[in-house]
Design a protein around this ligand. Sequence first.
Ligand code: SF4
Ligand code: MSK
Length: 624
Amino acid sequence: MKLTVFEKSIDPATQSMLEKAENEGIETVWDRYEKQLPQCSFGQLGICCRNCNMGPCRIDPFGEGADKGICGATADIIVARNLLRMIAAGAAAHSDHARDAVLTFKKMSEGEAGSYGIKGEAKLFSLASEYGILAEGKSREEVAGELANALLTEFGKQNGPLLCTRRAPGSRRRLWAELGIEPRGIDREIVECMHRTHMGVDNDATHILLHGLRTGLSDGWGGSMIATDVQDILFGTPEPKKSTVNLGVLSPDKVNVIVHGHEPILSEMIVETAEDPELLGLAKEKGAAGINVAGICCTGNETLMRHGTPIAGTFLQQELAVITGAVEAMVVDVQCIMPSLGSLTGCYHTKFISTSPKADFPGTLRMEFHEEKAYETAKEIVKTAVENFPNRNLEKVNIPEEKQECMVGFSAEAILKALGGSPAPLIEAIAGGAVKGIGAVVGCNNVKIQHNYGHVNLVKELIRNNVLVVTTGCNAIACAEAGLLVPEAAVLAGNGLKGICEALDIPPVLHMGSCVDISRILVLASAIANSLGVDISDLPAAGAAPEWMSEKAVSIGAYVVSSGVFTVLGTVPPVLGSQAVTSLLTKGLDGVIGASFAVEPDPFKAADMMLERIEGKRKALGLK
Ligand code: SF4
Ligand code: MSK
C-alpha cells in the first residue's frame, strides 16, 4: 500500500514537503509506517506479555491456541496490565517534567538559577496561600522557596489526597474517596503501577484499571497541574495574543532555530537569547537578516502562549521542517521527538542539538542544559545555529508558503477575564442555548490517521453545532493551521456561538496551551461546575483525542474520564483483546465514575457522539 501525499495529510504545506522528500529520496515517518504493515495483531489487541522471562506469551484471539500465558494470566489480565503500564509511562512523563520545573523554581528561589525570575507574582501568592504558606513579612523568594518545598512533597508523600484535588467539586472528590482512587503521592502511584504489573501481583482486571484511574488522577490533578502552575509563576500566565503557524513561518533569510519537545525551561531562554545584540550582530555578519525561533509540539505551544513565538508544525511535521532545508538548528528537550531526526538532519545542514540530561539521540550535538548557566548555554546553542547559516544549501531550500494567523493564550485566567471575571456569562450562554456545551479536543497526530483530518473535521463539526471548543497540544496546532484559531473563524460556527465570539472578539476554538495544560481545562471545568453547584460529570461537556498516539494521551484519557468527562478516542487503544476491559472502559465506567470512553476514528461520527452526550447532559440539567 502506497499512500499519496494527499492521503497522508490534509495540510498543503505538509503535502508539498512530502513531495520534496519523495523527490530527494528522503524517508519519513509515513514510509516507515508503510514498512511496518501489517502491524502485529497481538500487539494491536494488547494480548502479548513480556513481563517475565518465562514469556513472551500471547493469547490466541480466535480461541484456537493458548488462552492463558505460561503463568496462567488471561487476556483480561494481560490487557489490563499493559494498559496500566502505558498510564504509568504517560503520568511519569508529565510528572517528571513537573518535577524539573519545580526544581528550577526552587533553585531560582535560592539564587542559583539567575537567569530565571518570578514573572507571575499573583500566581505565586495565590498558590502559596492554597498550600497554606503565610506570605506576610517574607520576600517573594522566601515564599517561592517554601512553595517549592511544599510542591516537591506532593511527589513523594505516602498518603493522599494531592492538594490540587481540592480544586475539584466536592462531589467528585467524595466519589474518588469512596472508590479508593484519591491520588496519593505522584511518584507512589507510578511506582505502584510497576509493582502491580510485575509477574504475580495484581491479577484482577478491574482492580488493575482502578489503579490506572488513580494514577491518571495523580497526573492531571498532580504532575500536569503543578507543571502548569509553576511555569506560570516562572514565565507568566498566558494572555491572548496573535501569532502565526505552519511551515511557512520559517524564514528564507533569517537563521531558523526550531525548539521541539515539551519543557519551556529551555525554550524560554532560547527565545530570550535570540534577541541578544551580540548574536544578532553575528547573524548579520554571517549574511542573515536576523534570528527566527519557531516551535514544534508542546515546547512550541509554551512559547507561543507566552510570547507569540510562531509554531512550525505538529508532531508529524517535525521531519518536514528539516526537509525544508532552511533549519539551522533543531533543538530538542524531551518527549515526542523522533529518533529519526538524527539520520535525517545528516542529509541537510541542520544541527540536531539535544539538551536534556535525560534524553539523548543518535546523531546529536549534545549541549546539556542546566539552570545554573541557562542563558549561557542557550546563547551557545543559538550561536551554533547562527554559525551554521552559511552552510545552508540554497538548492535544497524550499519553504512552503502556508502560514496561518492565530489567536492564542487562553489560560483559564484569561478566559475568565474575557468573560468579565466569572464564568457567569458563559453559563448564561449555555443555559440559554446559544452555546450548547464545551468540547475539549486535544492530543497528538498519528500516521494511522490522515494528518490533521481527524482534528480539524471533529472541531469544525463541534463549532458548527454551537459547541465552544477548548484545545491543547497538537490539536491546537492543527486547528491553528486550518484557520480555526482566529475570531473570523466564527463564520464557521453555529449562530449562537458565532454571536458570542463576535461579542467577545474571540475565536470559537480557544488554545489553552501544551499537553500539561489540559490541567487548565480541569480548572475551568471545575470553576463552571462549582459555580453551578454540580459535578463535572453533570456539565454539557465532552472530550476527544482524534489522532492520539503517545502514552501520555492514555494517562490524560484516564484522568479526564475519572474527572467525569466522556471522551472519544480516534485511534484504537490496544485493549480489544479483552472483552472485559473493553466493556469496562466503554460502558462500565459510566456507572462507576460518571463518564466513559468511546472509540470512533470517523471525526463526524465522533462529533455526533459528543453532541449526543452534551444534549443528554443538557436535558438532565433541565436545559433546552
Ligand atoms: Fe507469560 Fe505470565 Fe510471564 Fe507474562 S507474566 S510473560 S503471561 S508467564
Ligand atoms: S506534543 S504528546 S504529540 S499532543 Fe504535547 Fe503533540 Fe501528543 Fe506530543
